[in-house]
Design a protein around this ligand. Structure first.
Ligand code: SAM
Length: 323
């Protein structure tokens, strides 16, 4: 049986590929380097990783990327995970560009819900921020996800000073009127955001966003858990949805962190904030389940107590880490 660890790990984020059809200015370089296909984990390998993770207590899995809906046959991966792994919650984080056409199939395959990243409701700004994205496609995708029951739909927004900091109230109205959950995620010193200086220039703390929202909305703390994640939630009088804040910088929640990550090339990362990981791919390819188990045990044992982002940013891109 797996070694005991002080940390209770329940949640695994799996990046299914490093390709993305958007190049959000804070996430991805204008000309990203991609790994050769042979270095990316196959579906069988991903299923094997999740099966081993479940021996360690993982019951919730999120597929991410890159853009997970660009991975060929992603619906089949959802089916395989459903058939072969005992999961309470199987979700996916997407930029939403392909969601309209894929939502129904994903739901049918067994996906529970989606998180959609959306940083602006202004078409031109959205296009600039994502370097080419079509806002309309994403909005249709979000509506479609809700219509087929990929719920609760969560919308993830990163507010950046001088980029989209005037849009927080409008995003709240958009999401909460539709019964969605909007989460403001603080910009983190990871990858591209560090390299291009946005992190220093454009960081906006959750406290500032809350203060801004309080001018228009009465925010009432919500005690109900929402997916067991790190966000603190609020209700807004008169609107059905909720708004949450993920305060990785202004109020870190590392002590409660219950997650591990696997990159697209099969590196097990104990923590988003450190560049070190344990490669799983070779062990997976030689069918060595014990070695994969040992890696999980080591990752859980070695999970750092907290980030040190004020001293050392993360070099690996968020597009590789899966957010
Ligand atoms: N392509 C999918 C998407 O757009 O949601 C999944 C991958 S993307 C890397 C996952 C999340 O990471 C997105 O919500 C994005 O906003 C967030 N993200 C990327 N870079 C970030 C940073 N430096 N700080 C905070 N969030 C970041």
């Amino acid at each position: 049986m797996p070694a005991r660890s002080r940390r209770k790990i329940e949640y695994l984020r799996v990046s299914v590929g490093d390709r993305c059809d958007l190049r959000c200015i804070y996430c991805r370089s204008a000309s990203p380097e991609l790994h050769p296909k042979g270095e990316i984990l196959s579906f069988e390998e991903i299923v094997e990783v999740v099966r081993v993770a479940s021996e360690f207590g993982v019951r919730r899995v999120r597929l991410t990327g890159g853009e997970p809906l660009l991975r060929r046959d992603i619906v089949r991966l959802v089916e395989l995970l459903r058939e072969r792994c005992d999961l309470q919650d199987l979700s996916l984080t997407t930029n939403g560009t392909r969601l309209a056409r894929m939502a129904r199939e994903l739901k049918r395959a067994g996906l529970d819900r989606v998180n959609v990243s959306l940083d602006s409701l202004k078409p031109e700004r959205f296009r600039a921020l994502t370097r080419g994205g079509d806002l309309k496609a994403v909005l249709v995708g979000i509506e479609r996800a809700a219509a087929v029951g990929l719920t609760p739909v969560k919308v993830n927004t990163v507010i950046m000073r001088g980029v989209n900091d005037d849009e927080a109230p409008e995003l709240v109205r958009f999401a909460l009127e539709r019964g969605f959950i909007l989460r403001f995620i603080e910009l983190m010193p990871v990858g591209e955001a560090v390299r291009n200086g946005l992190w220093r220039r454009a960081f906006v703390g959750a406290g500032e966003i809350r203060a801004l929202l309080s001018r228009e909305f009465l925010l009432v703390p919500d005690t109900g858990a929402e997916g067991g994640g790190p966000a603190r939630y609020f209700r807004v009088e008169g609107l059905p949805g909720k708004v949450g804040f993920i305060t990785a910088i202004s109020r870190p929640f590392c002590a409660e962190c219950n997650r591990l990550r696997v990159t697209a090339t099969g590196e097990l990362r104990p923590c988003l904030a450190f560049d070190s990981g344990i490669p799983l791919r070779e062990a997976l390819r030689r069918g060595d389940r014990d070695a994969v188990r040992e890696a999980f045990a080591a990752a859980i044992e070695g999970k750092p107590p907290g980030h040190r982002w004020h001293e050392v940013p993360t070099r690996t891109g968020m597009d590789e880490l899966g957010g």
